[in-house]
Design a protein around this ligand. Structure first.
Ligand SMILES: Cc1ncc(COP(=O)(O)O)c(C=O)c1O
Length: 358
């Protein structure tokens, strides 16, 4: 039996269900850069095709060097994998202890990976009425109950909220003092790179930063992610993946992506503009509460009693797919998440939402 996954982005399954092509669906359920592949990444993938007759560079040297230069850390403090999900699954076996606290609502794979390794996990729930703010003193009290690891995503997913560097430094020091390992997921940090805690953890002995290349660089189908940690942990994270764990096309794409500063700037500007347009139009609908976001998605709550599941069903005939967030620990059935997509797609979604909700 194949496993079931509770995520957005299931366009192929949805296309089968609707009897249509995946390409025709506007997928707001996975938060992928609406500009699509950078031309330089496409070119790098095409140029690397002939190299498929060889094994990939098992040392991942070129990609690690490019990432190290970009982030100002040592190449030895980087481990690469097929998406950051793979690193999430590699980690629990390498961490000492058995009890984890997960700042929630959060990406469900933290819990699934911990379950696989017989860790016990609990949720530290951020409240919608507080705007999903993180109160470090309350977190400290929860950690006093005795945990070995803390899982935290910054900017938050599904909230989209960025916790500032001072907050993260506070959390890092708190964990350090208490001997708790900090797993800091920065899957969406490319949208606000200056706030990354990468420098803090690169040499520390009690933390790891996880980064995804699939969202910002629009390559979820290729699979590429990396970790920044102290050299000993990075080496072990790499080693558990075995040799050749990242394929030649992904390695080439990663190097081109990190060097494509024009695409990176354009993405940040485009997303900022379109997110602001979306927030402005959505906020005009009185039955929606839109939560503030620093990234390429928005968390929205329906306040007129309709469930996100019903809204999702009603949008499907228009080939618009949103993320019903009711299966996130800590959220009610009224929450949904939408990616910031192209102006045309955002316009179509807004029109349908206005028709359904007004
Ligand atoms: C918060 C968060 N972390 C990590 C991931 C994993 O991304 P990937 O495995 O594609 O790098 C996701 C994917 O949705 C996510 O939302």
């Amino acid at each position: 039996m194949s496993p079931t996954f509770d995520h957005g982005g299931n366009v192929f399954g949805m296309a089968r269900q609707l009897g249509t092509q995946a390409a025709g669906i506007a997928d707001f359920s996975a938060s992928i850069n609406p500009l699509g592949l950078s031309p330089l990444v496409k070119q790098a993938i095409t140029s690397a095709l002939d190299s498929l007759v060889h094994y990939p560079d098992a040392s991942h040297q070129e990609l690690k060097q490019a990432l190290a230069d970009y982030h100002g850390v040592s190449p030895a403090s980087i481990a690469v994998a097929n998406g950051s999900t793979e690193l999430i699954y590699r980690l629990p076996a390498l961490l000492p202890g058995r009890r984890a606290l997960i700042v929630s609502p959060a990406f469900s794979e933290y819990r699934h990976a911990l379950d696989q390794h017989q860790w016990e996990s609990r949720a530290f729930i951020l409240k919608a009425e507080d705007g999903f703010a993180l109160d470090v003193d309350t977190l400290a009290q929860a950690l006093d109950e005795g945990y070995d690891a803390l899982y935290l995503c910054n900017p938050g997913n599904p909230s989209g909220l960025l916790y500032p560097p001072e907050t993260m430094e506070h959390v890092y020091r708190l964990c350090r003092a208490a001997g708790i390992f900090l797993v800091l997921d920065e899957a969406f940090m490319d949208f606000c790179e200056d706030a990354s805690a990468k420098q803090l953890v690169a040499t520390g002995d009690n933390a790891v930063v996880l980064r995804s290349m699939t969202k910002f660089f629009a390559i979820p189908g290729l699979r590429l992610g990396y970790a920044i940690a102290n050299e000993a942990l990075s080496e072990r994270l790499d080693a558990v993946g075995g040799p050749w764990s990242v394929n030649t096309l992904a390695l080439a794409a990663g190097v081109a992506a990190i060097h494509d500063t024009g695409y990176n700037r354009q993405t940040i500007e485009y997303v900022r503009q379109e997110r602001s347009n979306l927030v402005e139009r959505l906020s005009r609908l009185p039955m929606l509460t839109v939560y503030p976001s620093d990234v390429n998605f928005l968390l929205v709550e329906i306040t007129n009693g309709m469930s996100a599941a019903e809204l999702r069903e009603r949008l499907l005939p228009s080939l618009l797919l949103i993320r019903d967030c009711s299966n996130f620990v800590g959220l009610t059935p009224q929450f949904f998440r939408i990616a910031v997509r192209t102006r045309e797609e955002n316009g179509r979604l807004l029109e349908c939402l206005e028709n359904i909700l007004e």
